[in-house]
Design a protein. Structure first.
Ligand SMILES: *[C@@H]1O[C@H](CO)[C@@H](O)[C@H](O)[C@H]1NC(C)=O
Ligand SMILES: *[C@@H]1O[C@H](CO)[C@@H](O)[C@H](O)[C@H]1NC(C)=O
Ligand SMILES: *[C@@H]1O[C@H](CO)[C@@H](O)[C@H](O)[C@H]1NC(C)=O
Ligand SMILES: *[C@@H]1O[C@H](CO)[C@@H](O)[C@H](O)[C@H]1NC(C)=O
Ligand SMILES: *[C@@H]1O[C@H](CO)[C@@H](O)[C@H](O)[C@H]1NC(C)=O
Ligand SMILES: *[C@@H]1O[C@H](CO)[C@@H](O)[C@H](O)[C@H]1NC(C)=O
Ligand SMILES: *[C@@H]1O[C@H](CO)[C@@H](O)[C@H](O)[C@H]1NC(C)=O
Ligand SMILES: *[C@@H]1O[C@H](CO)[C@@H](O)[C@H](O)[C@H]1NC(C)=O
Length: 506
């Protein structure tokens, strides 16, 4: 059968099935799934213990492509369709790029798909019984298009899931203008591992296997990247995890019942930089990057239209509070803020996400944020919140209650050394002990000051978004540095600084 169909390349196996791919052209590869892999055809042993426990019947939902001999291709999963679009890889190293790419060349490892795209095949209730992320990985990881009748949300808005950061980054790197195919020329190395998706079964299905996340990647790097890996001890390598660093930093010797895999504390990986949604603030190798929100402009005009909306919309509320209460969490100040918001009556807008569906629908959230001058951002399950970036994008001045919600996190994206420029800080303790009324604090800000702060937020919008990877609009791609651009620029600076002073950089 294989000979008949002329399949060329096994791109992924688990014990339950095989995926064969065949090249139709240099850019399009079609893959099919064959069930029941014979033992002898099991080349990639990665996480097989876990993959074995997954349902044998993988729905034929996801069709990823793998551009052979190249770094992995980007998928645009398309339900019920075997043809997929892929983002063609940027062709690097043309003569004109020689100068402009100096110091900026990135090599993306050609990891087996089991580390990335093959995980997407298990999007529907496979990696975790109650999670179906099939809709979220569509459109380069932006999720489903928002079908709004409201003109403001009619273009470039998606129901984005923040966990798709890994897919979003991969799509952008694929189009990065200084990608190189030469490890010798590379200034930095990207490991295209879908770290957070890979962690799902370890985190939620069988905790006794958490130490299994990582060793296979280490083995692959040791065997297949010896030269580039050893050159700078991994300091010039980076990967992306669309979760908090806490999910990957359980000390190796600690109780397995404690939360997290140990990926980021493996001795072999300690020097690589991990872009996460929330960093361990003391770890020099952790770098927090903005949570993906629902806005992914494809043109500068679209970005400008939104900015104009943010600047001119009339905001009838002094402040807004959104999010679920945490009744069982005694350290949380959400209940106090909720009460303060109710007490402030017409000055506070309360967005109750238990009453409306807002988890993958930016429209109600942004409609509320656009109506308020200030937005309260207490800690949630962890210190950071995606809502901080929603606030910035909506020009609603974030009111923070803990340093770790932003000031100790986003050093590459926000002016954290001058926090008063873009945010208000109220210590949690003051809310807890009842000595501070949010309304009183916010009332003291003049209209002039509020306008200044909003202009500052407007300058931060590009840094807080992930623009569309296929944008051909030179104004957008060259004039604005988005969250991805700033992450890569800063990583390259960090690497350069390490290379010039290897002993002083963490
Ligand atoms: C990668 O793919 C491009 C076409 O997309 C092709 O021109 C190039 O030669 C490929 N690189 C390798 C190393 O196969
Ligand atoms: C499948 O993809 C092709 C090419 O992109 C498109 O023309 C066709 O409408 C798609 N079919 C479905 C059912 O989406
Ligand atoms: C919006 O419409 C498109 C095309 O009809 C559909 O594929 C998509 O699922 C819709 N989005 C949502 C969030 O329902
Ligand atoms: C978890 O994995 C271990 C090791 O494979 C196995 O012994 C155990 O039965 C599994 N536990 C559950 C709840 O599946
Ligand atoms: C090294 O790469 C090759 C080709 O992708 C693969 O077959 C091999 O298993 C890799 N080594 C390890 C340890 O994964
Ligand atoms: C990590 O970096 C330190 C200091 O630069 C170096 O001594 C060590 O060998 C590196 N670790 C690995 C696994 O390469
Ligand atoms: C809300 O107002 C009531 C009555 O004015 C007052 O007793 C209560 O302490 C206030 N609660 C908060 C959280 O400000
Ligand atoms: C309440 O907390 C604030 C802020 O930390 C502090 O300044 C104030 O002294 C505290 N008041 C009481 C009564 O504990």
């Amino acid at each position: 059968m294989l000979a008949f169909l002329g399949f060329e390349h096994v791109v992924k196996t688990a014990r339950t099935h095989l995926v064969y791919c065949c090249c139709i052209s240099s850019l399009i590869v079609i893959c099919i799934t064959i069930w029941a892999c014979p033992e002898s055809l099991r080349p990639i042993a990665r996480s097989t213990a876990l993959l074995d426990e997954l349902p044998a019947e993988v729905p034929a939902l996801v069709h990823y492509t793998h551009n052979q001999g190249n770094t992995s291709a980007v998928i645009v999963p398309d339900q019920g369709n075997t043809s997929v679009q892929i983002v063609p890889e940027q062709q690097p190293d043309s003569a004109s790029d020689e100068l402009s790419c100096a110091g900026k060349r990135i090599y993306m490892y050609d990891l087996p798909p089991a580390f990335n795209f093959a995980l997407l095949e298990h999007c529907r209730y496979d990696l975790v019984k109650w999670i179906d992320f099939c809709p979220h990985m569509q459109n380069y990881g932006f999720g489903q298009v928002v079908n709004s009748t409201d003109a403001i949300f009619a273009e470039d808005w998606y129901g984005t899931d923040a966990y798709m950061l890994e897919v979003i980054f991969q799509a952008r790197l694929q189009k990065y203008k200084c990608l190189t195919h030469s490890r010798t020329d590379a200034d930095a190395f990207f490991i295209p591992f879908f770290t957070g998706l890979d962690a799902l079964p370890y985190l939620y299905t069988n905790k006794s296997l958490t130490e299994m996340q990582g060793p296979e990647l280490v083995r692959w790097l040791q065997e297949n990247a010896t030269d580039s890996w050893q050159r700078h001890g991994g300091h010039d390598h980076f990967l992306v995890a669309g979760r908090t660093a806490w999910d990957f930093s359980r000390p190796l010797e600690s109780n397995r019942e404690n939360w997290g895999t140990s990926l980021l504390v493996l001795p072999e990986l300690v020097n690589i930089t991990a872009f996460t949604l929330e960093s361990r603030t003391w770890a020099a190798t952790d770098q927090a990057v903005p949570y993906p929100t629902g806005f992914h402009p494809a043109t500068a005009a679209s970005l400008r239209r939104w900015t104009e909306q943010v600047r001119t919309v009339s905001r009838q509320y002094l402040f807004a509070f959104s999010g679920a209460l945490r009744p069982g969490m005694t350290t949380s100040i959400r209940n106090e803020l909720y009460n303060q918001c109710v007490n402030a009556t017409t000055r506070c807008s309360l967005l109750d996400c238990s009453k409306i569906k807002c988890s993958h629908n930016p429209e109600p959230i942004y409609s509320a944020l656009l109506r308020a001058e200030f937005c309260l951002q207490p800690r949630g399950d962890t210190a950071t919140r995606r809502s901080v970036f929603d606030s910035i994008i909506a020009g609603c001045i974030p009111v923070l209650f803990h340093e770790d919600t932003a000031y100790t996190q986003y050093s590459w994206h926000l002016p954290i050394t001058e926090p008063e420029k873009f945010s208000v800080f109220i210590p949690e303790e003051g809310i807890k002990n009842g000595s501070i009324l949010v309304e009183e604090v916010l009332k003291s800000y003049s209209q002039t000051r509020i306008r200044q702060m909003r202009e500052e937020l407007i300058t931060l919008i590009p840094a807080s978004i992930y623009r569309h990877p296929s944008s051909e609009d030179a104004e957008l791609t060259e004039k604005f540095r988005d969250a991805f651009d700033l992450s890569v620029d800063s990583m390259l600076k960090k690497v350069a600084s390490f290379k010039s002073h290897p002993s002083t950089t963490g």
